[in-house]
Ligand binder design. Structure first.
Ligand code: ATP
Ligand code: MG
Length: 643
């Protein structure tokens, strides 16, 4: 290893603020290194500093460093931090496993028979392709998402379609094979393929593998606990001996097993690489004492963990506040009152985050924030009214309310699929232009008089009839939506999918139904929804963040609001039935440990679902937080409770 003489002050500057264990982790370059430690102990800081240390001391060129982060956002943040520490960092290969593999694959795609201009398809496209295949073999498309999930889990494990572990006679096994051929013929790859193809290239073309092994002198991986088998195999290929490999992680923050992550990769590390050094960082720099202790007491309830010591010598700070709300409406008010309070005390909006367990929970906060003028952003997902299923249902409502709304018509004419394809829609357009009528009117006229295949005619007539009968009915907006969901089969299709994505969409739809209950007339609701969407447009810098606990990994804020801590919401229903309570607890641990100074946990005694009041028990996690570090002395919120 070259070791050119560098002026001392470079290292002084880089290393001065580190504690001895962090220091050791940064300067250990020859061994395979695993940094295993709790939240906020400086793992990410070690990685960033280490990259700067390598560059500034000339141990490698920036382009010889590969750094893997868990999201593109985390990569951007790391790059920003690096820019402050070292020069030439633009050439570091910094990104997610997926983005790095995409980059490698672009250079060698011919070796796996696809062009360098391949497109990367998302989960919706995957479902479309599987849907096509199912249709060709006369099976119902509605299982498409389930099949996609199964294929993705195989890919997470590094299992290709011709692997013996795929039962070739099973439906999924057969579709997997056809699916692969199909997307390859489109010059497309999905996310899982990015890793599999690169691994395949490495396996079949040792000279290519050799090139990357030589190139990447140092490989650094953040959030290692959430790598899946396919990523692990890929890493091992690139670094068989682990020299220059540094992985950092925390088994207590493993929260992606549902996407195939295997925390066992941490345990395997020491066995796989000879001369592994394991360094434990124990001092937490992020959170005040009370928050750290509360989080530690919570995670101590997990049996399945390696166990770590974690301490802080900083101030004790405020206790973790726990507040009971009468209902969701009041919960949002409590959070807003606290935000105002903190804001008056100098905490900027940008240092505050509302962390939810499931996407549907954002709506109540978004609406409260809009009403009270609190600027916010949503990270790792769409704002509530921008979500596909919400837009679909609202499009139906708009079309009922306003038959001339041709945009709404186009959105839902074939959603859920009813066999009215692009050429039929082109026909509606032509008719509409010729006769100067709306698309809906055109469709109606064509259904009555046009030359159509009988199946198409009947499907179109059903659609027109449904909309017209709903226009005449005098039920309220929520009931209208329920009828749409029922009569079009929209909800049934989703519930039959049995995937996490579909479950999320169903939750969002339920939340929409709940919101609709607040409106007496359709017009009022549509006005409201369009204003909410509009208000989301421009955004100043200083925004409160709303995000899911999953996407909050690695982040930190002065103040964190952990909402909806009720049995069934958090821990989530799904995890209760699947018995995966420990992963939920880790998620709670991730949540609490995002807070530097202030943490507020709220739960609502009542939630309204389908216009029925449901009484929820407080989350079991509340009782697991040590009472010495929690309290509830918040000012009462004086606003009247509406609903
Ligand atoms: P997580 O497990 O949540 O990803 P982490 O272990 O990666 O946390 P970091 O995000 O690197 O922790 O660090 C947490 C906070 O502590 C950051 O604000 C970081 O700047 C600060 N920090 C870490 N080490 C030190 C140190 N030696 N001196 C001062 N601040 C530090
Ligand atoms: Mg980190």
């Amino acid at each position: 290893m070259q070791n050119s003489a560098q002026p001392l002050d470079v290292n002084d500057r880089l290393l001065a603020s580190l504690n001895p264990q962090q220091h050791e982790a940064v300067v250990t370059l020859d061994n395979a290194l695993l940094v295993l430690s709790g939240a906020g102990t400086g793992k990410t800081k070690v990685l960033t500093t280490k990259i700067a240390y390598i560059i500034e001391n000339g141990y490698a060129f920036p382009s010889q460093i590969l750094a893997v982060t868990f999201s593109n956002r985390a990569a951007r943040e790391m790059k920003e931090r690096l820019l402050r520490l070292a020069s030439g960092v633009g050439d570091v290969w910094l990104g997610t496993f997926h983005s790095i593999c995409a980059r490698i694959l672009r250079s060698h795609s011919d070796l796996v028979g696809i062009s360098g201009n391949f497109t990367i398809i998302d989960v919706d496209d995957q479902s479309k392709v599987v849907g096509q295949i199912l249709k060709e073999i006369n099976l119902d498309k509605k299982i498409a998402n389930g099949v996609v999930s199964k294929i993705s889990r195989w890919k997470d494990k590094g299992i290709t379609s011709d692997d013996a572990r795929v039962d070739a006679s099973s439906l999924e096994g057969r579709i997997y094979k056809i699916y692969q051929e199909r997307i390859a013929s489109y010059d497309s790859v999905d996310f899982g393929d990015l890793l599999l193809y690169v691994a395949q290239i490495f396996r079949k073309h040792p000279e290519v593998l050799q090139k990357y092994r030589q190139k990447f002198r140092f490989i650094l991986v953040d959030e290692y606990q959430d790598t899946n088998m396919s990523q692990y195999i890929w890493l091992r290929m690139l670094s068989p001996l682990g020299v220059g490999l540094c992985c950092v992680g925390d088994d207590d923050q493993a929260i992606y097993s549902w996407r195939g992550a295997e925390v066992g990769n941490i345990l395997r590390f020491e066995k796989d690489f000879q001369n592994t050094r394991v360094i434990r960082l124990e001092k937490n720099y992020r959170s005040v004492g009370n928050i750290l202790e509360a989080a530690s007491s919570l995670i101590a309830n997990n049996e399945n963990r390696l166990g770590k010591t974690i301490w802080t010598d900083g101030e004790k700070g405020d206790k973790v506040l726990i507040r009971k709300a009468y209902n969701g409406f009041e919960e949002a008010k409590i959070v807003v009152a606290r935000i105002d309070d903190l804001c008056r005390n100098g905490v900027p909006y940008g240092e505050m985050a509302v962390l939810v367990r499931a996407g549907f929970q954002t709506r109540e906060f978004e609406e409260r924030f809009l009403a009270d003028g609190i600027p916010y952003r949503i990270i790792g997902g769409l704002k509530f009214y921008d979500r596909q299923e919400i837009k679909d249902i609202i499009a139906y409502l708009r079309l009922i309310y306003q038959p001339n709304d041709s945009l709404a018509f186009e959105r839902i004419i074939n959603v859920p699929r009813r066999g009215i394809g692009a050429s039929a829609v082109a026909g509606f357009h032509a008719h509409a232009r010729r006769n100067n009528v709306s698309l809906f009117q055109a469709a109606k006229e064509i259904a009555a008089n046009g030359l159509l295949r009988p199946v198409l005619r009947s499907s179109l007539q059903d659609f027109v009839h449904l909309l017209e009968s709903l226009r005449q009915s005098d039920v309220g907006p929520a009931d209208l939506a329920k009828i749409i969901l029922d009569k079009t089969g929209y909800l049934k299709q989703l519930t039959s999918e049995q995937t996490i994505e579909a479950q999320t969409r169903v939750e969002n739809i339920r939340e929409l139904l709940r919101a609709l209950e607040d409106f007496d007339s359709l017009g009022e609701f549509i006005e409201h929804a369009s204003l909410v969407v509009d208000a989301n447009g421009s955004s100043p810098q200083d925004l409160v963040t709303i995000m899911t606990l999953h996407s909050a990994k690695g982040a930190e804020f002065e103040a964190v609001f952990l909402v909806g801590w009720e049995e069934g919401v958090f821990p989530h229903n799904l995890s209760l039935s699947e018995g995966n309570i420990e992963e939920e607890r880790r998620l709670a641990y991730v949540g609490v440990t995002r807070a530097k100074k202030y943490a507020l946990i709220t739960y609502a005694v009542n939630r309204r679902i389908y216009n029925q009041w449901q009484t929820n028990l407080p989350s079991r996690f509340l009782a697991e937080l040590s009472s010495r570090h929690t309290g509830s002395p918040l000012h009462p919120v004086k606003t009247p409770i509406k609903e």
